[in-house]
Design a protein around this ligand. Structure first.
Ligand SMILES: CC(C)(COP(=O)(O)OP(=O)(O)OC[C@H]1O[C@@H](n2cnc3c(N)ncnc32)[C@H](O)[C@@H]1OP(=O)(O)O)[C@@H](O)C(=O)NCCC(=O)NCCS
Length: 199
């Protein structure tokens, strides 16, 4: 797919400040979006996202972060204009397949614009489509921005040492800021026909 085709396949998401985020399902061709977002995240944000110090992404990492089947792994990637703004993804737990781990990484410059909140809400309809019933979030207990994001979504947070765990039933997530059918149609278009599947 060339760049203009890729850009056409996006969904506009209005932000409270009047800007328009453009989101699309991450696919194998989106290594540039991931690499740019990573490059523009601070050392602290990278640590908070990966729960360990990561200073560069290898080609293996990029492959892992862009290989999505929609059912066990799925991510929305976001751009503001031509800039990568961030990614939110879920990965189904192999031993607990009705639950998925969720992680979010937003470029520091674009924090506090409601992007993280919007992207997590947009994960809901995709998870429901493939039979995921619960989202789980592992967050450093010192990561106040992510804990604030979870509170803004009414996620229940259990404190347990250095890592806090947030849990919410997918059906209890606030609705996405754009039409759920449109999100699902875009997923089918980019990733292919996916549906309820419990591995
Ligand atoms: C955590 C993170 C994803 C938040 O993304 P964001 O786009 O800035 O968050 P939002 O703008 O959607 O904010 C969501 C809520 O959190 C609050 N919030 C966001 N950043 C905050 C901060 N630094 N301090 C306090 N509250 C904050 C907002 O006020 C908002 O609450 P509200 O809706 O009640 O006003 C972002 O800071 C980030 O990418 N951090 C580095 C990676 C990371 O920590 N990932 C989490 C591991 S899963």
């Amino acid at each position: 797919m060339n760049t203009s085709e890729t850009q056409k396949r996006t969904i506009p998401v209005p932000l409270a400040n009047g800007e328009t985020l453009r989101i699309r399902p991450i696919a194998a061709s989106d290594g540039d979006l991931i690499a740019q977002a990573f490059a523009e995240m601070s050392e602290q944000s990278r640590y908070q996202r990966f729960l360990s110090p990561v200073d560069k992404l290898t080609s293996h990492d990029l492959k892992y972060l862009t290989e999505m089947d929609g059912s066990t792994r799925f991510a929305w990637g976001a751009r503001l204009g031509s800039r990568s703004a961030g990614v939110a993804r879920f990965v189904r737990f192999p031993d607990e397949p009705l639950t998925a781990d969720v992680a979010v990484g937003i470029v520091d410059q674009f924090h506090h614009r409601g992007i993280g909140n919007a992207l997590v809400r947009c994960l809901g309809p995709v998870a429901a489509l493939v039979g995921i019933e619960e989202f789980s979030f592992d967050v450093l207990s010192s990561n106040e921005p992510m804990l604030a994001l979870l509170r803004s979504l009414d996620v229940t947070i259990d404190h347990d040492g250095m890592i806090d765990r947030g849990r919410i039933r997918v059906e209890d997530l606030p609705p996405p800021p754009v039409d759920a059918d449109r999100l699902v149609a875009m997923v089918h278009e980019v990733i292919g026909p996916i549906g309820r599947r419990i591995p």
